[in-house]
Design a protein around this ligand. Structure first.
Ligand SMILES: [Mg+2]
Length: 258
């Protein structure tokens, strides 16, 4: 049986750099939809993305965690900065949970605040929102080439599906499949897909996600590529398990020879 070929992509950090958007939408979520007595949203904050935020972004798995980081950076008392960020990152998951608890938040409500901030911008000024994203044109070209080879494209993101879809459409990319956080874990999504498709590769910038895929019996045969241009921690490139390949933006073409 000849099965349909499929190539998979993560979205944030792989197809687009959305750093400006993450910062902007997180601030807007606090300005409009979430309550915290510890932050005041000064309009000047929107002007430039915090370096501390940029450096902490590689630790983020789900959108709501960005709100936690932004909150800790902009809060009035004892804010996170380039020195104190290491303490936070050393116990990243525990610290995220602690901030939720201290503020009586649940992750779903932060995610909803982020989604609402995105919907607000889409309704108000769609093009301005889109322009907060910087596409990686080499990846877009690569997707075009896959299409010519009759290889289908799937995007698996921890963003809401609707938001990824709108950005992709604006970039003139129409993947056959788009999955957001609503569809479950990436391991679950790829296991389901591997029953139906011959998966030619998965490009992702979160090392642990690729490790999870390699360690799962149903997905371990998927060729996994860590995106060198994405949001990587300094340590991500070091001692990469041999079955995961580091891929550079200018060597995507080589994957077509598979
Ligand atoms: Mg990513």
């Amino acid at each position: 049986m000849i099965s349909q070929k499929l190539f998979l992509f993560d979205f944030d950090g792989v197809i687009v750099d959305g750093m400006n958007e993450y910062w902007h939408s997180s601030l807007l979520a606090f300005e409009k939809y979430l309550n915290s007595p510890n932050v005041i949203i000064d309009q000047n904050l929107y002007k430039q993305v915090s370096n501390t935020f940029i450096e902490m972004r590689p630790w983020v798995k789900y959108g709501w965690e960005m709100l936690i980081i932004v909150h800790q950076i902009i809060k009035r008392e004892d804010p996170l900065n380039n020195q104190t960020k290491y303490d936070f990152l050393n116990r990243y998951h525990q610290n995220c949970q602690k901030v939720l608890l201290d503020n009586s938040w649940v992750s779903e409500e932060l995610q909803k605040g982020l989604n609402d901030a995105r919907k607000y911008q889409i309704n108000k000024d769609f093009d301005s929102w889109i322009n907060l994203h910087r596409p990686f044109y080499e990846v877009i070209d690569f997707i075009e080439k896959l299409k010519k080879e009759n290889i289908k494209t799937g995007v698996i993101t921890t963003k809401g599906r609707i938001f990824a879809g709108k950005i992709l459409k604006k970039l003139n990319i129409v993947p056959e499949l788009i999955f957001g956080y609503e569809s479950g874990t990436k391991v679950k999504i790829t296991s389901n897909l591997s029953r139906e498709f011959e998966i030619m590769g998965f490009i992702e910038d979160r090392r642990n996600t690729l490790i999870d895929i390699k360690q799962n019996a149903l997905t371990s045969n998927i060729p996994c590529y860590l995106a060198d241009w994405g949001y990587l921690k300094n340590t991500d490139r070091i001692k990469l398990p041999h079955e995961i390949k580091l891929i550079k933006l200018d060597s995507l073409e080589k994957l077509l020879a598979i």
